[in-house]
Design a protein around this ligand. Structure first.
Ligand code: HEC
Ligand code: HEC
Length: 377
C-alpha cells in the first residue's frame, strides 16, 4: 500500500497488546504481532461527501437507498468505524477483526470458500462483499436481519466469528487509549456503547461506494471505452434473453428480494427457508451484486464456483428444475417451470465474462480510506 502521507503528519498512537490481558486459559497465537500502531491522518479522510456519477441519479436507485436519518455518515464517525472494523480487540481472543473475513483487496470479501473465525471455527457460508450497502435493507445471504446497525453487531457475538459478548466489548474498548478521542470526535463524548459501535461501523460500511469502474466511465461516454468483446458481452447481458439484468439490476447490479437461481434440486442450506420454515422459500438467497467479481471469488452463498466460467456455465446449461426456480430462468416464465438452456456460444460466454470484468472497481481496492489503519511494527 502506497501511503502518500508523510509519517510526521500522521497521528501515531501505539497500542501494546499485552499478553497478560488474554484469558489465562488461552494460549496466545504465536503469530499475533506484539505491537500494532494505529496510524490515522490528522484531518479525517472524506467519507461523507461522495460525488456519484450522473448515471447513478435515477429512480430505481433512489428506491433502493436506505440511509437512516438517525445515522448519517460523518467523516469522524466513519473514521471510528474504520478503526473498529480493523481492530482485533473486537474478538474474544484478539485474533480476528471484521477485516479477517472481509479484505479490501478481495472486494471486502474472502477468497476462501468458508472463513476462519476464532479458535479455528469455520463459517457456514461464503463471506459477502460489502460494497454499496447504502442501497440494501436486509442483510446476510438469507436476508434475515433488517437494518445495517443491527447486522454489524452480530458477528462480534457470533461464537464462530468473533465470540465476544457486547458487554465485554464495551469494557475492553473503553480501556484502550485510542478510543476516547475517536468516540468524542464521532459522538461528542468518550462513552463507548455497543449502540455507538453499531452506528460507527454502519457509517463506515455505507461509505464503501463502488462507482469508479470501466462500466461507470462507459455510461458517461456511450461506452466508447469498451472493446468489441466487452460490447458484445454487454449486449448478451442486457438483451432480454439471458435475463441477467432482471435480477442483477441498476448501477449496483443488485435487486432487493430473495431469489432461487437453480443451483440445486435439493438444497443442503435452505436459505430463506431456514428462517421461515416454508418449503416455498427453499433455495432463495439474496441477489449478489456483480461488482468486483474479479476480486471476490469464489462465488455463490456456499462459494461452490471458483471461476466466472463455472458461473456462466451454470446459467448456460446447469440450472436445476427446483420447484422454486425463479420465473426469469424458466422456459415459460413460470416459477418452478422448466429451466432455460441459454445455448450461448463460446464467444458469447467469453464476452459476457469480459463485460462482467468491466464492473471491477480497481480504485476502490487501493483506496487508502478503507485500508488497515493498524500498522504492524
Ligand atoms: C469469521 C468471518 C467473519 C467475520 C469475522 C466477520 N464476518 Fe461479516 N460475514 C461473514 C459471512 C460468512 C457472511 C455471510 C453470513 C450469512 O449469510 O449467514 C457475512 C456477512 C456480512 C454482512 C452482510 C452483507 C450483505 O450484503 O448482506 C455484513 C454487513 C458483514 N458481514 C459485516 C461484518 C462486520 C461489520 C464484521 C465485524 C464486526 C464482520 N462482518 C465480521 C464472515 C465474517
Ligand atoms: C432469477 C434471478 C437471477 C437471474 C436471472 C440471474 N441471477 Fe445471478 N444470482 C442470483 C442469485 C439469487 C444469486 C445468489 C445465489 C446463491 O448464492 O445461492 C446470484 C449469484 C450470481 C453470481 C455470484 C456472485 C457472488 O458474489 O457470489 C454471479 C456472478 C451471477 N449471479 C451472474 C449472473 C449472470 C451473468 C446472469 C445471467 C446469465 C445471472 N446471474 C442471472 C439471481 C439471478
Amino acid at each position: 500500500m502506497n501511503r502518500s502521507l508523510s509519517r510526521s503528519s500522521l497521528l501515531l498512537i501505539t497500542l501494546v497488546i499485552s499478553i497478560s490481558s488474554c484469558k489465562p486459559d488461552r494460549t496466545p497465537d504465536p503469530i499475533q504481532p506484539a505491537v500494532r500502531t494505529l496510524v490515522l491522518p490528522e484531518t479525517p479522510y472524506n467519507y461523507a461527501e461522495i460525488t456519484l456519477p450522473a448515471s447513478w441519479d435515477n429512480d430505481a436507485l433512489d428506491l433502493f437507498e436506505n440511509i437512516p436519518s438517525f445515522n448519517e455518515t460523518t467523516d469522524e464517525g466513519a473514521t471510528l468505524g474504520r478503526v473498529l472494523f480493523h481492530d482485533i480487540n473486537l474478538s474474544s481472543d484478539q485474533t480476528i477483526s471484521c477485516e479477517s473475513c472481509h479484505h479490501q483487496s478481495s472486494g471486502f470479501s474472502d477468497n476462501h470458500q468458508f472463513s476462519e473465525g476464532i479458535n479455528g471455527a469455520m463459517t457456514a457460508r461464503n463471506s459477502m462483499t460489502l460494497t454499496n450497502l447504502s442501497y440494501t435493507r436486509r442483510f446476510f445471504w438469507d436476508r434475515r436481519v433488517n437494518g445495517l446497525e443491527n447486522q454489524v453487531l452480530i458477528p462480534i457475538e457470533h461464537p464462530e466469528e468473533m465470540g465476544l459478548f457486547l458487554e465485554e466489548m464495551t469494557t475492553r474498548l473503553s480501556a484502550l487509549d485510542y478510543y476516547p478521542a475517536l468516540f468524542t470526535a464521532a459522538f461528542g463524548d468518550p462513552e463507548v456503547t455497543s449502540n455507538r459501535v453499531g452506528l460507527a461501523l454502519s457509517q463506515y460500511l455505507r461509505s464503501i461506494y463502488s462507482y469508479r469502474s470501466k462500466f461507470d466511465e462507459g455510461e458517461a461516454t456511450d461506452f466508447a471505452n469498451f472493446t468489441d468483446q466487452e460490447l458484445l458481452g454487454k449486449e448478451v447481458y442486457f438483451n432480454g434473453e439471458t435475463k441477467c439484468n432482471q435480477c442483477h439490476m441498476t448501477n449496483i447490479f443488485y435487486t432487493p428480494g430473495s431469489m432461487n437461481n437453480g443451483l440445486d434440486l435439493v438444497y443442503s442450506d435452505g436459505g430463506v427457508q431456514n428462517q421461515s420454515g416454508n418449503a416455498s422459500d427453499e433455495g432463495r438467497f439474496k441477489v449478489a451484486t456483480l461488482r468486483n467479481l474479479s476480486y471476490t471469488a469464489p462465488y455463490m452463498h456456499d462459494g461452490r464456483f471458483n471461476t466466472l466460467e463455472e458461473v456462466i456455465e451454470h446459467y448456460n446449461s446447469g440450472i436445476q428444475a427446483h420447484p422454486n426456480l425463479n420465473d426469469q430462468l424458466t422456459v415459460d416464465s413460470s416459477i418452478g417451470g422448466e429451466p432455460v438452456q441459454m445455448n450461448l456460444t463460446d464467444e458469447e460466454k467469453a464476452a459476457l465474462i469480459a463485460f462482467l470484468r468491466t464492473l471491477d472497481d480497481h480504485i476502490l481496492m487501493n483506496d487508502i480510506r478503507f485500508s488497515d489503519p493498524f500498522v504492524i511494527e
